[in-house]
Design a protein around this ligand. Sequence first.
Ligand code: BG6
Length: 494
Amino acid sequence: METYKIPQNFLWGGDISAAQIDGAWDEDGKSPIELDYYMGANKNSGRYAYIEDERGNSKKVLQWSGQIPSGTHYVLKEGELYPNHFGSDFYHHYKDDIKLLHEMGFKALNLTMSWARIMPKGKEYGPNKKGVEYYRSLLLELKKYHIEPIVTLYKYDMPAFYVTQMGGWSNRQLIDEYEEFCHICMTEFKDLVKYWITFNEINVFFLVNKNNPNTTPQDTQRVFEETHDQLVASSRVVQMGHEINPDFKIGCMVAGALSYPLTPKPEDARAAQKNIQDNFYYFSDVIVRGKYPYFAKRIWHENHVDLNISDEDKRNLQKGTADFLAFSYYMSNCAEADASDIAKNAGNLINGISNPYLKTSEWGWQIDPQGLQYFLEELASRYNNFPLLIVENGLGAEDTLTSDGKIHDDYRIDYLRQHIAYLEKAINDGVNLFGYTMWSCIDLVSMGTGELRKRYGLIYVDIDDQGNGTFKRYKKDSFYCYKKVIATNGKDLS
Ligand code: BG6
């Protein structure tokens, strides 16, 4: 009997994010975002920013280490390097870059719309005309090449003043601000964009808090509240979007979090199951099913969290279920009931126990292509074959630009090929996956380390960690490989 095939209209493409690729951090009315204050780091250290109190005393804070103290604000220090200020200068290169994506045959581009560029001073001051014009021009460029935009509305790029003056997501008023920003995007671009993603990695606060050894019970309470507010915000935007244009397809994105039991011990199997429940299903169930899962009570209890969910919130979550579930997938890890003495591995937001059967990337992330099929099939069976979209899957590695302008990145080709082979197996089994956008089609600043040497792109950008370079683009070997994959609708993985 024939198996299912990759649909002809499958969305093959890649991802970029404004905060990491645009540069032009203070041009044309954009206001600074938090990342604009974080300096570069490396694989052994996190990113730091300077904050200052009212008396002018300054100190360094670590990225993801929780809220900055009230009464302080971020400051830039002369002589320090801020990689997100220049990124890959996509803001001034987007036309040529999109042309290159077209040359690869891209069917889709997952991009983020920068909140700080579109509504830099908040709802009260309305949209920034230049920001809106920029995105219109970018979207028209995509349209010219028949590249379907998938627009992520929130990815680490809200104006920093929301954090320093309002307390960020811990202030429920931010939902209204976010909704207004989304309203501007969805009305301005209602004829140019069909696919929207309300939040990137909506489980990120939770994961970061869980991995932070200095977390306090107050932090945990706040993080659960903030995450709840984001889920409500997402559901409100889904409803609003459907009113603006009933043809919109609106999803939400969760960071993939696959855990295997380290041994066949039943306790370890339960530890792995619990990991996925806590890290992923707690979020995806709300997005897909419109309510928290039965085990949410256990999670709140274990975390000593008291979440007050109003009837109105419950109604919104129920009415604003997404049209598709998007997720990122970089790696997997293992779980063990008693993990105290076991080596942990680093990873994309998730620290777990190392899997002896998997290799790791140069940055210590475990590479698990088959896990992608496993995860897809788990999601398909849990959600009755609900539409799924893979956004973000890729390999961060150091590349060498040869003297004749080539980049022989066979390691990235291997990574992509293997993951694509397994996603095809999942589709053959009948999983309703409608697209794959790999991270990141163009080199950009690493989120976790602020490095440029940690490259994910199919297109190399000549810029280094110190900001030296020409920003010239070069096609890597993986560029040609992915071009073949797309041209043959996934058949040619040679
Ligand atoms: C994802 C983020 O979690 O991981 C991206 O959404 C990020 O923004 C990607 O770039 C890879 O992480 P890093 O730290 O290597 O840039």
